[in-house]
Design a protein around this ligand. Structure first.
Ligand code: APR
Length: 314
């Protein structure tokens, strides 16, 4: 890929950190930021562009004045949305963000018709589903960023328990990007050693709980959600696609019979390459994990019903 142009819609904390991470790795020729709030994309683009002076490879970082300027991108990352406020229900948030996603996605279809979309806005799996319905594109071209982040949070918890193996630990989390996510620490290895030889059942339980609360723990300290972890996880997925590296990453994808479900998005391991989702990896799940996966999928389906009730899937 010569032109490697990435558009980031929503230049808030996560979008800008993804841009910074990509710029520091020199992954793209060009990154264009857009945000509805005046000045945000412009200010962050200038700041990141100046940081590229010390990057290993040059990249051009610009701000778009309008959605029409985010054009002909190879990849579009969508982080646009609003956070949940005190008096909002989950349903309120879902409908507000779905409206934003709808207008943003319609622009992507118009101005970057050949792109692969990485969706990031929450509720993640439901917004990824909405993007499928709004675009009508082949399912390999739309991929939700969830497992890449939750998996890195699980690997961190494993490292904290063991005190070794940083960067050598698997990162397998499936299901939804919420309270019913399914971290699978017992399925991964540290170096080449299975974690089942290193950790007890009790320790696995702790790792699972801490992974699920990984986002909330950061909010507790910072008063806002994390952005370095999400930003880097997005960049990891962009790199896999642009480099056609066929890397296995858990992502939220539209299932069509895989794992026994259809017409629903959920997190499963996939192979990421130049076409986006090259293949969905079919793991064998044990009985307990299958039950958890069912609960997880049902929670996503509830969100999809709200989308349908509000006319976002027509
Ligand atoms: N078009 C473009 N940008 C928009 C639009 C829109 N229609 N609506 C909102 N935005 C922008 C906001 O102005 C804001 O700058 O999206 C940005 C979101 O950034 P933050 O509020 O800083 O949120 P952030 O922490 O980056 O999270 C973004 O990722 O992990 C998820 O739950 C998170 O949905 C949230 C998203």
């Amino acid at each position: 890929m010569i032109n490697r142009k990435v558009g980031i819609i929503g230049a808030g904390a996560v979008g800008a950190t993804a841009a910074y991470s990509l710029a520091m790795m020199g992954t793209c020729k060009e990154i264009v930021l857009f945000d509805i709030a005046e000045g945000i994309a412009q200010g962050k683009a200038i700041d990141i562009a100046q940081a590229t002076h010390y990057a290993p490879q040059p990249s051009i970082i610009t701000a778009a004045e309008s959605p029409a300027d985010v054009k002909d991108c190879d990849i579009i990352v969508i982080t646009a949305g609003v956070p949940r406020k005190g008096n909002m229900t989950r349903e309120d948030l879902l409908v507000i963000n779905a409206k934003i996603i709808k207008s943003v996605t319609q622009d992507v279809v118009k101005y970057s018709p050949n792109a692969i979309i990485i969706s990031v806005s929450n509720p993640l799996d439901v917004m990824t589903y909405a993007i499928h319905k709004i675009t009508g594109w082949e399912r390999n071209r739309i991929v939700g960023m969830a497992g890449a982040l939750d998996g890195s949070r699980m690997a961190y918890q494993i490292y904290k328990k063991l005190g070794y193996g940083a960067g050598q630990t698997g990162a397998l989390v499936i299901g939804d990007h919420g309270q019913n996510m399914i971290p699978l620490p017992q399925k991964v290895h540290v170096g080449d050693v299975p974690t089942t030889d290193l950790l007890s059942d009790e320790e696995f339980q702790e790792i699972i709980e801490r992974t699920k609360n990984g986002g909330a723990e950061i909010v507790k300290h910072l008063g806002t959600s994390g952005y370095y972890g999400p930003g880097r996880a997005i960049a990891h997925m962009v790199e896999a696609i642009l480099n056609d590296s066929r890397t296995v990453v858990s992502c939220s994808v539209l299932l069509d019979g895989e794992y026994g479900y259809s017409n629903v998005t959920a997190g499963v391991p996939v192979i990421l390459g130049k076409n986006g989702v090259e293949e969905i990896v079919q793991m064998t799940l044990g009985t307990k994990t299958r039950e958890k996966f069912k609960v997880s999928v049902e929670s996503i389906q509830e969100g999809i019903e709200i989308l349908e009730k509000n006319g976002f899937c027509n």
